[in-house]
Design a protein around this ligand. Structure first.
Ligand code: ARG
Length: 493
């Protein structure tokens, strides 16, 4: 359709298929129609196109929106979805259809469609994230008393609770939600009217099209408007950070479901079995998810690499950024949706978790702290005494339950020359995991009351975010309705 003028030839064979973006930009179909509608409504309001022609185009657009993507020819003969749609309009509306492209270009058109899709994508991704964060917090709420070793270096460090552990993930997911919230505001600006690169001499009204498409405002500089994709890099970076969490959670659930750990059991519906080993229950879904996070990291690097060498302003390279961006976001969002369901349905073996905290000397920090408090010794000295105690207990094969005041004094004498004289009761309670947990009441610590407050604060923060998301969704739905009534007003006039 556009080659007839300047170019004397059709594409060389294979070039159309090589360059066409129609495979992936069909995802922009609806956004493109809405952009067309807003542009045409504005053109008629500005007396740039007469109402008769505008009406013809708008009724074809309405028909197309109802008929859906099946109505248009999606062959690679078209460079992209925008050309396929325009060809359809011209076929249906005749010459009037040729007026749609007045004062605009595919450059600002695609930039607008992409930002509209990115708004929806950010909201979808955010919803999926809130799903996982609430699954984590709901499980955490039920397990503020379920003991679990806190690991550092994947070695037992100190006893904590499953509630504390799951809330740690929720914190990180909440930060990602915050990042996405900021990203949304930067996406929500309208490039339409920038035309190819320097706007147009037609008296268009950019603020009106921005409003009709439900954007918070206009994306000012027209060169920047057609070429900026930094929001894609930003959201891909956010997605990569989210994917770090997805992968870590998958990894941990996989490890926890081994027979060595036995901390959890995945629901049968989230596992596979072996074609040869009948006993197997494999965490394949989590493994696939863990592997797919690679596409987010690769996606981020691809987006940045494609953007980094582009001179101002629009370059066709930008077309190739879109599918990478789409896949990155889609893959993370679908993992998040499934991962929330997996987390909500795991069977938690609290007994095994509790038992893992017994006899592992993970309470010895607490014993050293008690020595400091009761005997006013420097922490370093207490650390030395308790370290020597653990070493002796291990050498002599003494059960941790048999550690008492006498034994501690024997060691203390060896280390410092004096005994401590703590009661057996004091030594025993210092070494009792649940008591060590309950003693950690400091902000951010695992003491049950501290955790209950932390969890309810986080749940409240989550519901504020959920409210923002749903307000934004409502606003987008509302703006679509207003756009369609603006179209009807032109048609009825
Ligand atoms: N399909 C292109 C893209 O996704 C939009 C068209 C702009 N093409 C052009 N040759 N100026 O970026």
């Amino acid at each position: 359709m556009i080659r007839d003028g300047r170019l004397g030839k059709e594409f060389d064979s294979g070039v159309a298929a090589f360059t066409s973006s129609i495979d992936f930009d069909s995802a922009l179909f609806e956004y493109d129609i809405l952009t067309d509608m807003a542009h045409m409504v504005m053109l008629v309001e500005q007396d740039i196109v007469d109402p008769g022609d505008a009406g013809k185009v708008l009724s074809v657009l309405k028909k197309l929106l109802d008929g859906g993507i099946g109505s248009i020819d999606l062959s690679a003969d078209f460079e992209d979805v925008h050309m396929a749609i325009e060809a359809y309009i011209i076929r249906e509306a005749g010459d009037a259809g040729g007026r749609l492209h007045t004062g605009r270009s595919r450059n600002d058109q695609v930039a607008t469609d992409l930002r509209m899709k990115a708004r929806d994508d950010v909201l979808f991704l955010s919803k999926a994230l809130t799903g996982l964060a609430s699954a984590m917090l709901e499980a955490a709420e039920k397990h503020t008393l379920t003991l679990l070793p806190a690991y550092t270096h994947l070695q037992h460090a100190q006893p904590t609770t499953l509630g504390h552990h799951f809330t740690a993930y929720a914190e990180s997911l909440l930060r990602s939600l915050d990042r996405l919230e900021g990203a949304y505001a930067r996406v929500d600006l309208c490039p339409l009217g920038a035309a190819a690169v320097t706007t147009t001499s037609f008296p268009i009204n950019r603020e009106r099209t921005a409003e009709l498409l439900g954007f918070a405002g206009v994306l000012h500089n027209s060169m920047d408007a057609v070429s900026s994709r930094d929001y894609m890099a930003e959201i891909a970076a956010d997605t990569a950070i989210i994917s770090v969490d997805i992968s870590r959670i998958c990894e941990e659930l996989i490890v926890w479901s081994t027979s060595e750990f036995g901390f959890i059991e995945l629901d049968d519906s989230h596992t596979s079995t072996s074609s040869i080993m009948p006993q197997k229950k494999n965490p394949d879904i989590l493994e696939i998810m863990r592997a797919r996070t690679a596409s987010a990291f690769g996606g981020l690097i691809s987006v940045l690499t494609m953007l980094r060498s582009l001179p101002q302003s629009y370059n066709r390279d930008l077309q190739e950024v879109s599918p990478v961006f789409f896949n990155t976001v889609d893959s993370a969002a679908s993992s998040l949706v499934l991962l929330s369901r997996i987390v909500s349905s795991i069977k938690i073996n609290s007994d095994v978790m509790n038992a893992a905290c017994t006899g592992d000397f993970s309470t010895t920090t607490e014993l050293a702290d008690v020595i400091v408090r009761e005997k006013n010794l420097p922490f370093r000295t207490a650390h030395q005494i308790v370290g020597a105690l653990v070493s002796q207990v291990l050498d002599e094969g003494i059960a941790s339950a048999d550690v008492n005041s006498n034994l501690l004094d024997r060691i203390a004498k060896e280390v410092t020359g004096g005994s401590l004289g703590l009661s057996d009761e004091t030594v025993r309670s210092a070494l009792t995991p649940l008591l060590a947990v309950k003693a950690r009441k400091v902000i951010g610590g695992p003491a049950p009351e501290t955790m209950e407050k932390a969890i309810s604060d986080r749940l409240r923060a989550l519901s504020v975010i959920e409210k923002t998301i749903s307000e934004r969704e409502t606003a987008l739905r509302q703006s679509r309705k207003s756009l369609l009534s603006a179209v009807d007003s032109v048609l009825e006039a």
